[in-house]
Design a protein. Structure first.
Length: 154
């Protein structure tokens, strides 16, 4: 695959203390409430580095499982998990601000894996998927903000 992964990152300001934001973001089983692509998430193990996440993703008519490991767990500051199939690490970082918390979500993906190269055509191409994931991270953060600020996740 000659396509280079897109840089995917977005930031949102939430009117809540980092501890309140952390309460939502660290509950990884809730991520399907916020993500446009992740439909189910089963967390295996204690919350923290080393916990496993089995995900069920859907893009258009295509459904596929993923397996991830939590690789970063800093209460009140950051959580990240690495997805085995794509090699992507999904990171959520919290920074206190004068009015609450700034949350940045990003995908770290230096190169596409064999799994991504094989799955890419099935799900409509990696480039198109990158564009959807970039929009998806913004949607995810907006839904997290709504949940934390008490407006509901949807």
């Amino acid at each position: 695959m000659t396509h280079t992964p897109a840089q995917i990152s977005a930031t949102v300001d939430i009117k809540a203390r980092p501890e309140e934001v952390w309460e939502v973001i660290s509950d990884l089983a809730r991520m399907p409430e916020f993500s446009p692509e992740l439909r189910k998430a089963f967390v295996l193990g204690r919350p923290g580095v080393g916990a496993s996440i089995i995900g069920i993703n859907r893009r258009k008519a295509v459904v596929w499982p993923t397996s991830s490991k939590v690789v970063r767990w800093e209460p009140g500051r950051a959580v990240a998990w690495k997805t085995r199939e794509s090699g992507a690490t999904w990171v959520y970082e919290l920074e206190p601000t004068a009015t609450g918390t700034s949350v940045t979500g990003r995908r770290v993906l230096p190169k596409f894996t064999i799994g991504t190269s094989l799955l890419g055509p099935v799900i409509g191409g990696a480039a198109g998927h990158d564009a959807e994931l970039a929009e998806g991270i913004r949607t995810t953060l907006q839904r997290i903000r709504s949940a934390v600020e008490g407006q509901g996740a949807r």
